[in-house]
Design a protein around this ligand. Sequence first.
Ligand code: 13P
Ligand code: 13P
Ligand code: MG
Ligand code: MG
Length: 375
Amino acid sequence: MKLTLSVIKADIGSIGGHIQPSHELFQSVREHLAAHGRKLIVDSYLSYTGDDIAILMTHSHGSGDPAVHRLAWDAFVAGTSVAKAQGLYGAGQDLLKDAFSGNVKGMGPAVAEMTIDERPNEPFLFFAADKTDPGAFNLPLYLAFADPMNTPGLILSPKMSKGFRFVIMDVSHAEADRVIELNAPEESYDIAALLRDAERFVVESVWSRASGEQAAAVATSRLHNIAGKYTGKDDPVMLVRTQMNFPATGEVLAPYATAHFVAGGMRGSHNMPLMPVCLNTGTSYFDGPPLVSCAGFAMHEGKLTEPVDCFAHPFWDSVRARAADKSMEMRRQGFFGAAMLPMSELEYTGITEKLAALEGRFTTRAEAGVERAAA
Ligand code: 13P
Ligand code: 13P
Ligand code: MG
Ligand code: MG
């Protein structure tokens, strides 16, 4: 059966700054879906991660379907009026356009979708991250799909040994989608060379080379490309199918034990470790630390089971403790060096004006190497 999995997420307001949505806001989005989605979608699941609400929908209308996108957009619009009525912070933050125009891509919400032939059993994972950007998934995807040190399936399973195709997007190119396709393992050094620059090159999708099936889909939106200024981080969502031709669920989850440093945290301007958290967790320390949650599902003809909260397992407690230690360690150096993101990422913030104002106060000494007169 051909099925589409669509995740559409947005920050439409939160309590206490950028912490988490209110119960009433969350419920209003759920109620809108229940009231208007019945004929359109097979099933749905709603969660929040930090201040972002994500709607996972299963349906038969294909990727980029205007009616499905409109359903999510309208649910977020309905939620925004509740957020405003409650005085929530950043009400409607990610709804950057006034009128819906057929597809939420380029309008603020993040989207990850894939259309698949549902397998007789269809395990998949839905990831949502807050206070970071799509590049946060570069390392975990590289490890899961291209590194046998993380994923023994790459050498143990004949189908997985054929490798995976990475579709990588240059997200600095705002005019159009600029993408490259590279094959692991032959081109894994090329893949690594791009993915190390996680603010520019991000994995958009991963495909099995054995079967041609899509394994992963990542939201790649860059809000500052849409708004022209900082309006919040590009908190991403991702879908990953697991088992059979794909890595095992545990192989996809394992890389998050690194709590690797990602772009995010306070004002979207810092490098902080990515903390794996339970579903429906808010933020706290330093508007972070950047969070990632994961809901595991099985489904039959689009009907979802209940979610399994993949990072709720006791194993992740020590990873969380280490992520907290890494966060505090990095914060000890304030805005200096590696703690803050490079200028290319900050140029959409107020620092550009500050530097421009200082520009006129620089002087050039007349003679190179000569000290200014002591007088
Ligand atoms: P099963 O024994 O359930 O097939 O699991 C095998 C496996 O690959 C787990 O990683
Ligand atoms: P969000 O992108 O999650 O709204 O966070 C914005 C921010 O600047 C937090 O410090
Ligand atoms: Mg916010
Ligand atoms: Mg957010």
